[in-house]
Design a protein around this ligand. Structure first.
Ligand SMILES: [Zn+2]
Length: 400
């Protein structure tokens, strides 16, 4: 999400509101990015940013945008087709003998069209919400949004070339400029926004300057304070002065997420239009194969765990997952280590015949270590693990 036409000085000045431990700087082959101006330790907060725009429910907004969907396409044509299909079914039922087959085909067709209309309306609703949000900003904030990178402004290369907004040939001047503004805002939003919890996507002026790495040295956490979305970026692995600060744009371990090098490249090319050349993507081929194999194994274990009903097998499975996750640096997101430790904790409590307090303490200590780095000691996750550890210590004292 690096900017190509960035107002570098303005950004570095505005950054005083947050943190001075990095600067927005030109990165060879990447445009702009954030570079550490001092040595940074894991857990250090490098940025706390407040949203400038958000979509309250993105309805796979980016996916629809990248599919080259037009915003002004009328849904009446699709509705008219539905009526046509229904009339055809009624006529076919009356005149033709193979009613069952035709009905199945017809019902399927109508259902697909209904889904299409609903998604299209949601897409248009989100675009309007975005434009309304943009119009309510001050002119200074509007220019700041427009200065962000918009690598997705050109139509997708793997889809038929189709304008995102109908070329405004005969439209009044005001409508023309509104279409162009909307197109630009959507491109900027889709290039730079962060997917937060509960389907919310938000745009942050400073956080959007952080480039991607499949093995990043920082991670981000979204939050909501008094109805406003915020994001915190913290260091996860030690950073030296002059090193670039990176985050991961991928959710590799989510169900069907881009996990192997090939999948990650395909996803980043599609969703962000760049070829990643991070440490993970440029390591020797043999090492890359080994890492990819481990990631695939991890995904396979997660799939098996989702469908399993056997607690003993689950516990064995989760132990394997934890070992792989630590070896793979959390697959770009240490939150995966914390969430797996939570699953491990809950599973272990239910497994019959297992009561090793020392092992539970190890789980709690590792979780506390990572919660402190990713979320800080004020976060509910840190407090939860502190309480668990405290209970274990109390149990041990009581037993002795
Ligand atoms: Zn990479």
């Amino acid at each position: 999400m690096s900017g190509s036409t960035t107002q570098q000085n303005d950004l570095n000045n505005n950054q005083n509101k947050t943190n001075k431990c990095f600067k927005v700087w030109k990165i060879p082959g990447k445009g702009y990015g954030c570079v550490a101006t001092e040595d940074l330790e894991p857990g250090q907060l490098v940025l706390h940013d407040t949203e400038i725009l958000h979509l309250s429910h993105d309805y796979k907004f980016k996916e629809w945008y990248l599919r080259g969907e037009r915003l002004d396409e009328s849904c009446s044509a699709i509705l008219f087709r539905q009526i046509f299909v229904i009339v055809s079914i009624l006529l076919a039922t009356y005149f033709l003998p193979y009613i069952g087959l035709i009905l199945i085909f017809g019902v399927q067709k109508i259902w697909n069209d209904i889904k299409n209309v609903r998604s299209k309306l949601n897409y248009q609703k989100s675009a309007r919400e975005l434009l309304l949000g943009f119009n309510s900003l001050s002119s200074e904030d509007q220019s700041a949004v427009c200065s962000l990178s918009s690598t997705l402004s050109t139509p997708p290369t793997n889809r038929p070339q189709q304008p995102l907004v109908t070329p405004p040939t005969n439209k009044p001047q005001q409508q023309q400029s509104e279409s162009c503004v909307m197109q630009n805002i959507i491109a900027v939003f889709c290039t730079n926004s962060f997917a937060l919890e509960d389907g919310v996507s938000a745009l942050f002026l400073h956080a959007s300057r952080f480039n991607h790495s499949c093995r990043p040295n920082c991670s981000f956490v979204g939050d909501k304070q008094n109805g406003v979305f915020t994001i915190s970026i913290r260091v996860t692995w030690r950073v030296r002065r002059g090193e670039e600060l990176t985050i991961s744009y991928l959710d590799s371990l989510d169900e069907g997420g881009p996990c192997t090098t090939q999948d990650r490249h395909r996803y980043l090319k599609w969703g962000y239009r760049f070829a990643c050349n991070c440490t993970d993507c440029t390591m020797p081929k043999i090492e890359r194969y080994r890492t990819d194999a481990k990631k695939q194994k991890l995904q396979q274990l997660m799939d098996e765990w989702r469908t399993s009903n056997n607690l003993q097998l689950d516990w064995k499975n989760i132990k394997e997952q934890l070992i792989l996750l630590v070896q793979l640096y959390g697959c770009g997101k240490p939150e995966y280590i914390v969430s797996t430790l939570d699953i491990a904790w809950n599973t272990y409590q239910k497994v019959d015949g297992e009561d090793d307090i020392e092992l539970e303490k190890v789980l709690a200590y590792i979780a506390l270590h990572w919660c402190n780095i990713i979320y800080s000691s004020e976060h509910t996750n840190f407090k939860l693990w502190t309480e668990r550890l405290q209970n274990l210590n109390n149990d041990q004292e009581f037993m002795s």
